[in-house]
Design a protein around this ligand. Structure first.
Ligand code: AMP
Length: 135
């Protein structure tokens, strides 16, 4: 089976613009940035998505993302930062190795946020109950 592209980056088999590295995580520039300075943070171990990533790793993931987000914001003089994780093809995940997008945002960058929808009467409560039942 073809090895995961991010695992190849971890091994150094594929080059990347490395930003940060420790025992557990690696951060590098996204090759196709939404805005310049867009960073990807990945656990070095292969985990498919958030559901497949151990809780301990996720805790460190969030902490490391905060550290890198701060540096990205300062370095790019961004007005804001999006942290994003796509899980599953339908959610836009192209690379099946758990990763966090750290994206500098600018007031005038022209990007649109997701459109908001609405619920029919009583529908929100039903969704809330369904989700709560599974926690
Ligand atoms: P996602 O759609 O959430 O799976 O995001 C995958 C991201 O990986 C995309 O934004 C790609 O631009 C990025 N990407 C794919 N290959 C590479 C690579 N070799 N180096 C850096 N970023 C990459």
């Amino acid at each position: 089976m073809e090895e995961c592209i991010f695992c190849k980056i971890v091994k150094g088999d594929i080059p990347c613009s490395r930003i940060y590295e420790d025992d557990m995580f690696l951060a590098f520039l996204d090759i196709s940035p939404i805005n310049k300075g867009h960073v990807l943070l990945i656990p070095k171990e292969h985990h498919r998505d958030i559901f497949d990533t151990p809780d301990d790793t996720l805790a460190g993931f969030a902490k490391t993302a905060k550290k890198i987000a701060k540096a990205v914001k300062q370095a790019t003089d961004a007005d804001g930062i999006n942290l994003g994780q796509n899980n599953g093809k339908a959610a836009g995940q192209e690379v099946s190795h758990s990763h966090m997008h750290i994206i500098p945002r600018f007031a005038d960058d022209g990007l649109k946020h997701w459109p908001g929808g609405n619920y029919e009467e009583d529908e929100a409560e039903k969704f809330a109950e369904k989700i709560k039942d599974r926690l």
